[in-house]
Design a protein around this ligand. Structure first.
Ligand code: NAP
Ligand code: ZN
Ligand code: ZN
Length: 348
């Protein structure tokens, strides 16, 4: 399907998209599980690309640079959230990479399952990894979504951190929490993931279906990060958090969570949430991952196989992130000859 990208503005970058990760949020949105999807929907917010052109006032990037684009492509820059570098909470409404309002062309934004993207330089991230770019792409959402709450809630040496769910987010959480210096316990519903969780850095792996193992960890965790994408019982996990400790939810299942008050009252626990991260913190996360040699575990697919990948993701059958090789796609950019460069169209 050809989609329009806006003309290159003075501070815009034109990107040739190299790789785009498949986040479970893409699946939720394609299936309208959050009940707000605008169709046609072109998902994709874990983008690594190469700058192919820059507007005349671009100062941060040059043609040929590798850049990342995550979940955000614009915000007002002036509200208190933007001033505090939390553009994801922009009070005028952050513009998400897809399914957001397109203030340039009208309609809604289209994401990274496409050949090219035009983005303001303020929402492009510098990539310092020098290779395995396909494995860098998932950092743009899975990386920042786990890095941000881990940092905010004090993950570090001497802390015992639990991660629930070993998917795209969960496996990055294990790696990042370990790199931050914490002791990591991974909770999984999948016996087949135990060995891999240990390889990724978890010092202990608990099957959530094992009551004795769950019981043994009561009150032991300083912090628990819940990345589960489907219905599950948070009341089974809150008792594992220590007195005054926190459980932070980043998973976004279709249905509401059900929380028993007493799960929070005893031990005065905090149940919190977190949404991706601001642009500055996303850059910090990318630099942290480059310094520590962290990338995602990926299965690279062709665009033609995306429906099959979605079926497998739905069945929890991926270790641990699908990434689309956009360059391998036979689709090609379509130049709109009638309006010249003004209305470039791209295949999605
Ligand atoms: P994913 O790769 O599909 O991983 C989700 C994991 O949840 C699975 O690997 C599985 O881990 C566990 N799980 C799945 N079904 C389960 C079930 N029925 N019961 C218990 N555990 C189950 O998804 P993801 O891309 O990491 O995304 C995870 C969630 O975070 C999604 O809801 C997504 O929309 C959301 N998200 C939120 C943000 C944010 O800013 N807050 C950003 C990105 C994504 P085990 O096999 O180990 O049990
Ligand atoms: Zn995502
Ligand atoms: Zn704002």
């Amino acid at each position: 399907m050809p989609i329009a990208r806006r003309p290159l503005g003075p501070e815009d970058l034109d990107l040739e998209i190299l790789f785009c990760g498949i986040c479970h949020s893409d699946l939720h949105q394609a299936r309208n599980e959050w009940h707000n999807t605008l169709y046609p929907c072109v998902p994709g917010h874990e983008i690594v690309g190469r700058v192919s052109a820059v507007g005349p006032q671009v100062s941060k990037f040059a043609p040929g640079d590798l850049v990342g684009v995550g979940c955000l492509v614009d915000s007002c820059r002036t509200c208190s959230s933007c001033q505090d570098h939390e553009e994801q909470f922009c009070e005028q409404g952050a513009v998400f990479t897809y399914n957001g309002p397109d203030h340039h062309l009208g309609g809604h934004t289209f994401g990274g399952y496409s050949k090219s993207l035009v983005v303001h330089q303020d929402f492009a991230l510098r990539i310092r990894h020098t290779d395995r770019l396909e494995a860098v792409a998932p950092l743009l959402c899975a990386g920042i979504t786990t890095y941000s709450p881990l940092k905010r809630w004090g993950c570090g040496p001497g802390q015992h951190v639990g991660i629930v769910g070993l998917g795209g987010l969960g496996h990055m959480a294990v790696k990042i929490a370990r790199a931050m210096g914490a002791q990591v316990t991974l909770f999984t519903s999948s016996p087949s993931k135990i060995a891999e969780a240990q390889r990724l850095g978890a010092s202990e792996v608990v099957l959530s279906s094992d009551p004795a193992a769950m019981q043994a960890l009561r009150g032991r965790l300083d912090l628990l990060l819940d990345t589960v994408s489907a219905d599950h019982d948070v009341n089974a996990y809150l008792p594992l958090v220590r007195r005054h400790g926190a459980m932070v939810v980043v998973g976004a299942p279709e249905n509401p969570l059900s929380v028993a008050s007493f799960s929070l009252l005893f031990g005065a626990k905090t149940l919190a949430g977190s949404l991706i991260g601001g642009i500055a913190e996303t850059q910090e996360m990318l630099d942290f991952c480059a310094t520590h040699g962290l990338v995602a575990e990926v299965e690279v697919i062709r665009m033609e196989d995306v429906n099959q990948a979605y079926e497998r993701l739905l069945k929890n059958d991926v270790k641990f992130r699908f990434v689309i090789d956009m360059q391998a796609w036979s689709g090609h950019d379509l130049e709109n000859q009638e309006s010249g460069a003004a209305d470039r169209a791209t295949q999605a």
